[in-house]
Design a protein around this ligand. Structure first.
Ligand SMILES: NC(=O)c1ccc[n+]([C@@H]2O[C@H](COP(=O)([O-])OP(=O)(O)OC[C@H]3O[C@@H](n4cnc5c(N)ncnc54)[C@H](OP(=O)(O)O)[C@@H]3O)[C@@H](O)[C@H]2O)c1
Length: 340
């Protein structure tokens, strides 16, 4: 097999396609001939050396794939070889072949393309978990989504729209605002030229928003907490502010970490606010929770209420270009690899 490999921590130039033996599925596993693999912000963080969950280099990243089952391990009866599937893979997905847990492998719903399938797991499961399980979103509420034109951001917007009667705020650079308006964002905010906190304050006449999805981290968590309406909820799920430039910068990391606010239960109680944390990568053992969420996402897909937005598909050999595209913030929606 061929696999996009992080040879060492550093800029996009450390990525190389390496060849090795095909992986062999163990008990409860199956092997997938990969058609498409998702690229996530976490993969960029891993390459830079700022993602503690990532395997040490040389490492093959890839949390999600679509393709065809081509071998099954002992005890696996479903899905059988030959089935077109999407799967969650805790690493190794950015390759021509990957081994996956059969319980986290799902036959494609009718009408879903291989591109859409590889764009679904991380972005939509994360957004679904944050909005429904963690955030308890109801009609009539307001939601602020940071990084709104990214993969998770657009998934969250579609899922919030599916609830109905939700007022949506989204931060993104100005060039992406018309796309966001069409996607259903009521109030796109250009965080590059405007103070987003002041803008939320102005747009809500000082009331604040009910739910904030924040994967920026650092000082933005503090500002988010201040921007909550009474009984509001700040859902923390990433720290993109740590990653800037193509290589790791310890001064920036330390400065950002120093700006992380400490929350006291007593203060949360008196402020009537909730702060939560979520990490999909640490939920892979929760197969029932993930399976149920995936089932609900497939229903929404069949009803036409969600549809993954794929921006670009790069050949596996152009890993560096794909990472640059994401890191230069040029994407609107998902970036994928063609692994055929
Ligand atoms: N905890 C979890 O389970 C989980 C799961 C998935 C993702 N995440 C996190 O969610 C965040 C979004 O992931 P994603 O895959 O949706 O991202 P993505 O598709 O790569 O989107 C990134 C977009 O966010 C905007 N942005 C704003 N501030 C940024 C910053 N400081 N650095 C980089 N981009 C910035 C940029 O658009 P503009 O042009 O608008 O600036 C950029 O195009 C990441 O922090 C990721 O680690 C967490």
């Amino acid at each position: 097999m061929r696999a996009l490999t992080i040879s060492r921590h550093g800029g996009p130039e450390v990525l190389e396609v390496r060849t090795g033996p095909d992986p062999v599925p163990g008990p409860g596993q199956l092997r997938i001939r990969v058609a498409r693999a998702g690229l996530n912000f976490a993969d960029v963080s891993a390459r830079v050396g700022l993602y503690p969950d990532a395997p040490k280099p040389p490492a093959v990243m890839g949390y999600e794939v679509s393709g065809t089952v081509d071998a099954v391990g002992p005890g696996v009866t479903t899905p059988p070889a030959g089935t077109t599937v999407l799967a969650m893979t805790r690493f190794g997905g950015q390759a021509t072949h990957v081994v996956a847990d059969a319980r986290l492998t799902f036959p494609l719903p009718v009408g879903m393309t291989l591109d859409q399938a590889a764009a679904l797991p991380v972005n939509y499961l994360t957004a679904h978990h944050l909005l429904h399980r963690v955030g308890g979103l109801q009609p009539g509420r307001s939601v602020l989504v940071h990084m709104a034109a990214g993969g998770v951001g657009l998934a969250a917007i579609q899922l919030a729209r599916a609830v109905g009667g939700v007022t949506l705020f989204g931060t993104a650079s100005a060039g992406k605002h018309s796309f966001l308006r069409q996607a259903g964002v009521d109030h796109p905010i250009d965080y590059r030229t405007q103070d987003w906190e002041a803008e939320v304050h102005r747009l809500t006449a000082g009331h604040g928003v009910d739910l904030i999805l924040d994967a920026l981290g650092g000082v933005d968590w503090e500002r988010g907490y201040r921007s909550l309406a009474p009984a509001g909820h700040l859902a923390c799920f990433g720290f993109a502010n740590l990653v800037s430039g193509t290589t790791r910068s310890w001064p920036r990391v330390l400065w950002q970490l120093a700006r992380v606010r400490r929350f006291s239960p007593l203060q949360l109680m008196n402020d009537n606010r909730t702060v939560s944390g979520s990490n999909l990568g640490h939920l892979f053992a929760e197969v029932a929770l993930l399976g149920q969420a995936m089932k609900e996402l497939f229903v929404l897909f069949r009803e036409g209420r969600i549809s993954p937005t794929v921006d670009r598909v790069f050949p596996l050999a152009e890993g560096a270009a794909a990472h640059r595209f994401l890191q230069e913030r040029r994407n609107v929606g998902k970036v994928l690899f063609d692994c055929t």
